[in-house]
Write a protein that binds this ligand. Sequence first.
Ligand code: SF4
Length: 101
Amino acid sequence: MKKDASRRTFLKLSLASVIGMTLGGKELISPAQAADLPHLTADDPQAKALQYTDNSPHEDKKCSGCALLQGEDGAEWRPCQLFPGKAVSVNGWCSAWVKRP
Ligand code: SF4
């Protein structure tokens, strides 16, 4: 059980690292552009695959605390590195959630 959790955490961090290296830690869009992004919905195929919901079932795991969230603090909907071209709710969650360092 513990080994599975460690493996899962390792895989999530690896994914986040690869994305971070790919993006160079830079925001790809401006705050104004981010505000115009369409909202990600749970019926989007990639959202379904990662069990995304805009209302996290976890009290301590929300997009607002995820290392993959981008954009400006204070915005209700923000870009996410895993869903280019869409905005996710800061109160959302998906199975790729990685704790912000
Ligand atoms: S929990 Fe999922 S949807 Fe939310 S910011 Fe992290 S990777 Fe993106």
